[in-house]
Design a protein around this ligand. Structure first.
Ligand code: TXA
Ligand code: MG
Length: 327
């Protein structure tokens, strides 16, 4: 029997970035690290390549993608900036901020990227490998998180390999840039209305944005799904998740936080602490890796201790609620 080709996992070098750009130009998908999570990238101007993203992820076609650019100049080929969008991009790009903007007419972007909507989500990632690939490629790279739809986002190359068949020929390569620095997906702000609106919380918080730019954000209207991907069940392990746990019950794995974990743990072999010192940035960094590790233990449930609903804790709790939502 002939061995099937395995997905090529490459080190984080300049040569890998050049190869990635060549593969994108040839219509292949490329997995690359950003500062938030790993992305499954395709040429945003190729409908066939973008369709392959939806197919590989088994992603509903109504859930649009983020286009990754290497700066405002490239973004302006695809999107129309108003004053607040310009201010936010100037202050926070490259970085973990996605802006939803009116799509430019007659740009070459595939209409599948925005799921045929008149807006486009765009971001300039704060990771030099990602920026090198985009710069070398010279066009926008459409990239969702590199996981099967509904599952936990990958924060390492090893996580990506857990998500897709090793012989999937549509994925040209995976660039291994080590664990991602931030650990949860970018903050998404809708700049298409009168006032910028928070669509998805991330490690860049509404307070960070207000104190750095004076821009105050409206909260998205509850119940209205303005970012179509913000489905109730998302970021989900296979194991059931129980939130606000005060104590690890029999048969449970425990995802703890802070010093309070000492009083909650009953089976230390099946317990991990997101941050013993109670640091929310550290907790975000570990969140998806620890959820995957606890999921792999095969316990009946994953019990999660409460995380403070402030700062980065707002994004962590958002992901945890979706991880716990009925599928
Ligand atoms: O940090 C991140 O943003 C990562 C890395 C790879 O950049 N990407 C990411 O992509 O999280 P994804 O596809 O997993 O999530 C994109 C979110 C979805 O909730 C989608 O519905 C929303 O962005 N989105 C995309 N285009 C949109 C648009 N035009 N209007 C509103 N929401 C949009
Ligand atoms: Mg995702």
């Amino acid at each position: 029997m002939v061995n099937k080709q395995q997905i090529n996992v490459c080190p984080a070098t300049e040569e890998s970035c050049r190869e990635a750009a060549a593969l994108l130009a040839a219509g292949k998908l490329v997995v690359f690290p950003t500062e938030t999570v790993y992305g499954l990238g395709a040429d945003a101007e190729s409908t066939d390549a973008v369709q392959a993203i939806y197919d590989v992820k088994v992603r509903p076609s109504h859930n649009p993608l983020i286009v990754h650019v290497n700066g405002v100049a490239m973004a302006e080929r695809y999107a129309v900036f108003n004053d607040s969008a310009r201010l936010l991009a100037k202050r926070f790009w490259p970085g973990a901020l996605t802006l939803v903007l009116p799509a430019k007419n007659n740009s070459h972007i595939s209409e599948l990227v925005s799921a045929k909507m008149a807006t486009i989500a765009i971001r300039c990632p704060g990771n030099h490998l990602a920026l090198d690939i985009i710069g070398c490629f010279g066009r926008g790279v459409a990239a969702p998180s590199a996981n099967r739809s509904g599952r936990i986002s990958p924060t390492s190359a090893a996580h990506v390999l857990e998500e897709f068949p090793a012989d999937d020929e549509r994925i040209g390569m995976i660039i291994d840039g080590g664990p991602t620095a931030k650990g949860v997906e970018s903050t998404i702000i809708d700049c298409t209305g009168v006032k910028p609106t928070m669509l998805r919380h991330g490690t860049l918080t509404a307070d960070d944005i207000q104190s750095a730019t004076g821009v105050t954000l409206d909260a998205a209207v509850t119940g209205e799904i303005k970012a179509p991907g913000m489905l109730a069940s998302h970021y989900a392990p296979t194991t059931k998740v129980r939130l606000l746990a005060e104590r690890q019950e029999d048969g449970e794995a425990l995802l703890g936080f802070g010093e309070a974990m000492a009083g909650a743990v009953t089976d230390a072999d099946h317990a991990l602490n997101l941050s013993p010192s109670g640091d929310l940035a550290e907790a975000a960094y570990h969140l998806y890796d620890y959820l995957r590790r606890l999921d792999a233990m095969g316990c009946e449930r994953i019990a999660v201790m409460s995380i403070p609903e402030r700062g980065i804790g707002v994004a962590i709790n958002d992901r945890l609620r979706r991880a716990a939502a009925p599928k």
